[in-house]
Write a protein that binds this ligand. Structure first.
Ligand SMILES: Cc1cc2nc3c(=O)[nH]c(=O)nc-3n(C[C@H](O)[C@H](O)[C@H](O)COP(=O)(O)O)c2cc1C
Length: 397
């Protein structure tokens, strides 16, 4: 999967630096070429010799080295890579990156690059929670730096909390995830269609969603170069081209499929997920028998997929977009839904009888965010999908 990919691995000065060795081995097993930059503090924790032995390449450390510069200029180091990975990312290197400093080879390479950067922070819990570190993280996230971890757990310093570096397997997963992103480097997840909530093996509760709008959004994402996963309930819609399709039945299946598709940059929850399911699904078909009381269907609440994804503490998509299908006071109800679910945008559509929205080819929507409401003119569902994705591309830029 990583065959031919070139990783510039920057190892900074933290206890977790030893995990870089394991990461390099795993990256190379998968066919990646790894070149290392070791900070001065990093060299207190792992030796250039070990890194060189596992990476099969020279290890770079000095900015002002005549030999290194003659062999491989400091700019060339980052130019040659497909991805820069900082493992472990110390509080110090994150601060220098956030400030745009270039006072050693590692930070010079990080500043001189237009390539994507992934960092795996590792530090004491108080260093991680310090407002200065949190400020730097926010800055780096808005600069487009990707994060993996940190995890919560016991630390080398004897404390417990967030700040522990992710394990090499998880960092590897994030690196592989990065290379499976679309041609624009971004990943999208779309839910579509209704869900079917079984009553017994032959009957189910469903709704009138056709999946047309969700499928059109997935097609628009794929057309704009996103690696797109479409998780859909049962529909008659053709599968859009260039999209990874996951067919599901129930709300619980849909949530599991969405969680498996994460991490993504953006999620659009356009499916009409059933709010309730039958509390106990009958194993056998319920029989109609003369003289017997009618069956009573007790309902149980389904998981809330939009709120679950919007509320993720780690790995929340950068943009979480929900749909609100309303039959009255559309904007007011959609605004309340935006606040309730904790998502970033809501696309509100009027599905009251007579609008023809459910199953129809057209849609009239409002795009609602915390600070504005836009009324879009009636358009085909394809056009709504394309316009929505164009807005998402702007927002993620
Ligand atoms: C034993 C020891 C362990 C350290 N572990 C960490 C750590 O896990 N994370 C961190 O941010 N800093 C840690 N530090 C502090 C950094 O090494 C120090 O801030 C250094 O300047 C980082 O430089 P660099 O970011 O250029 O590698 C540690 C220091 C010592 C002495």
């Amino acid at each position: 999967m990583l065959s031919g990919k070139r990783i510039l691995l920057i190892i900074a000065g933290g206890i977790a630096a030893y995990k870089a060795i394991e990461l390099i081995r795993r990256l190379r097993e998968r066919g990646a070429a790894v070149r290392c930059i070791l900070t001065k503090a990093g060299a207190e924790f792992v030796t250039p010799l070990s890194l060189s032995a596992v990476s099969g390449d020279k290890v770079y450390g000095e900015l002002f080295s005549l030999t290194d510069e003659a062999e491989m200029g400091h700019i060339q180091l980052s130019r040659d890579a497909d991805l820069l990975v900082v493992v472990p990312a110390t509080a110090d290197i994150l601060a220098r990156m956030a400030a745009g400093l270039a006072n050693d080879l590692a930070t010079t390479a990080l500043l001189a690059t237009d390539k994507p950067v992934l960092v795996a922070p590792a530090m004491n819990v108080r260093m991680w929670l310090h407002p200065a570190t949190q400020r730097n993280i926010q800055q780096l996230q808005s600069d487009g730096v990707r994060f993996v971890g940190p995890a919560e757990g016991d630390m080398a310093c004897g404390e417990y909390g967030p700040g522990r570096m992710s394990e090499p397997a998880e960092i590897l997963g994030a690196i592989e995830g990065f290379f499976t992103a679309g041609s624009n480097g971004l990943r999208a997840l779309v839910t579509s269609g209704p869900t079917h909530e079984a009553i017994d093996p032959v009957r189910f509760i469903a709704n009138r969603s056709s999946g047309k709008q969700g499928h059109a959004i997935a097609a628009a994402f794929a057309a704009r170069g996103f690696a797109t996963t479409l998780v859909s309930g049962p529909t008659h819609e053709p599968r859009p081209q260039g999209v990874k399709f996951v067919g599901v039945e129930s709300a619980r299946d849909m949530l599991a499929a969405c969680e498996a598709a994460l991490p993504v940059d953006v999620v659009v929850c356009a499916a009409a997920v059933a709010d309730w399911r039958v509390a106990v699904e009958a194993n056998q078909k319920l029989k109609k028998e003369k003289g017997k009381p009618l069956p009573v269907l007790t309902l149980a609440e389904n998981p809330d997929i939009l709120a679950t994804i919007a509320g993720l503490k780690r790995g929340r998509p950068r943009l979480v977009v929900g749909f609100a299908a309303e039959t009255e006071r559309v904007v007011e109800h959609a605004r309340a839904k935006l606040a309730r679910k904790g998502c970033d945008w809501i696309v509100a559509n009027d599905v009251s009888p007579g609008t023809g929205t459910f199953g129809g080819t057209n849609n009239t929507v409002h795009l609602i965010s915390a600070d504005r409401t836009e009324a879009w003119p009636q358009a085909t569902k394809e056009q709504v999908g394309q316009r929505l994705v164009a807005r998402i591309v702007e927002a993620l830029a």
